[in-house]
Design a protein. Structure first.
Lengths: 238, 238
DNA sequence: GACGAGATGTGATCTTCGTCACACATCATT
DNA sequence: AATGATGTGTGACGAAGATCACATCTCGTC
């Protein structure tokens, strides 16, 4: 199987934001080659669904381009967003490794390019390449840690403002330092932010306005500026 | 290093509740032996602290006997309980694998017997035994799934009664079917239950009383009886 | 530039739970 | 039996935030 994206997985590593920290970074050449030989590359339009919760795992997805929303929905229609998946990250690894249903649904937020690896191909690959198993374990550790952070945010905060402050600070890690403070692109709607931190859309709007009036943040289109990080931190009660 | 508990880890498997599903179950003999040669066995009294959050991981802990509370605490003293660790389970694996600080604190609830494996010994062991890496990945998957469930419980439920109902149903999985319904030993205080599901102690007390009066549950000392599981399920909105 | 869809801002209620305050129960220890 | 420490039951109260109901605002598309 020769795709037009030969060695895509390994090249992905150089493009992705968290250089060197992803599943497919720094694997040996032979391991990379083995991976490349079992992957399927495909594109999805915006709003496409890669998988839904409860479904048995067909395989893992490696996001090459675009962003994917990973979320859980209750029977009453309420939604929690687990995370927004960035290029270079892997989707569905835990379900495949543990052979249990996906717990979340994955939906593209933009046109995406994705590599897919079938469940049995991937499991065979893992058992044949020890370094990949270890990498998988490391990757899953990271996911677990992030999940714990979200538990902390949902379960350990009193107020909505605390949650939002934490969320903004968390987001700002991906931003850039400037003279005026940390600058981040925030591509999520208030509704989506609410679904991450567990509050209603209106509360996000109100609390954010409140932050603006207190000059803790400044918003300009989709860019967010945090002029005084430590002020926001004390507000986050951390 | 020859401990008086020769092959303790593998024997643990036979005693533990989730037979065959734990980290050290069904590993090859040579792998087990390698594990046994790097472990340290020790006992802890009730209330002992194995590790605290933020601390860098010294190694992993395998619980042989007793129960351990895994929890996170906020600066204001609020607490979330991630889970109660049962015999046969592993503690601190994610921190060791990802070389990041523990995210939770571990405190014994009873006198415990624990096997400890030093960080570098364990990592070397993983790299030398491919099957163990894979097992580690599987174990971490399980932890991740449980964390997602807790996120669902904390973020996706409207009411306290929904949370409690879910918690009771979740607990009842470990219980026994009887003529009168499912019977479980519930060794947690209302306070602790509140810390798991994210409500105050009083709310747990009140909601549980409410369930009793509606004959959804019956409590007798530390045993809980769920006469009509499906009634409780509809109440949990699941 | 007009339209429409989605995102955001804001006010007015209404509910649920957290908090405080204490009474009572249970159990181990002396 | 007396004591104290923990756990449990219950009322009163208030505050935070969900919900509802609109009024803008923004932006892509025709």
């Amino acid at each position: 199987m020769h795709s037009p994206y030969g060695l895509e997985l390994t090249r992905t590593c150089e493009q992705c934001p968290q250089k060197g920290e992803n599943f497919f970074c720094n694997l040996s050449k032979s391991t990379c080659k083995a991976l490349d030989s079992i992957k399927f590359t495909s594109g999805y339009p915006k709003g496409a669904v890669l998988f839904v919760e409860e479904e048995m795992p067909r395989g893992i997805f490696v996001l090459c381009k675009g962003r994917v929303k990973l979320s859980m929905t209750s029977s009453e229609g309420k939604t929690v967003i687990l995370r927004i998946v960035q290029p270079g990250e892997v989707l569905g690894l835990h379900a495949v490794v543990s052979a249990r249903p996906y717990q979340a649904s994955a939906e593209t937020l933009e046109p995406c390019q994705v590599n897919f690896i079938r469940r049995d191909d991937f499991l065979r690959f893992l058992s044949e390449h020890a370094e990949a198993s270890l990498r998988a374990a490391q990757h899953l550790s990271g996911r677990y840690q992030a999940a714990c952070e979200q538990i902390r945010s949902l379960g350990l905060t009193h107020s909505a403002s605390e949650k939002l402050a934490r969320f903004l600070l968390e987001s700002s890690l991906k931003g850039q330092e400037t003279k005026l403070g940390v600058r981040v692109r925030l591509t999520m709607t208030h509704e989506e932010i609410g679904q991450v931190i567990g509050t209603s859309r209106e509360t996000v709007t109100r609390t954010l306005s409140d932050f603006k009036s207190k000059h803790l943040v400044a918003v300009n289109g989709s860019t967010l500026l945090i002029p005084n990080k430590s002020a926001l931190e004390t507000f986050a009660g951390a």
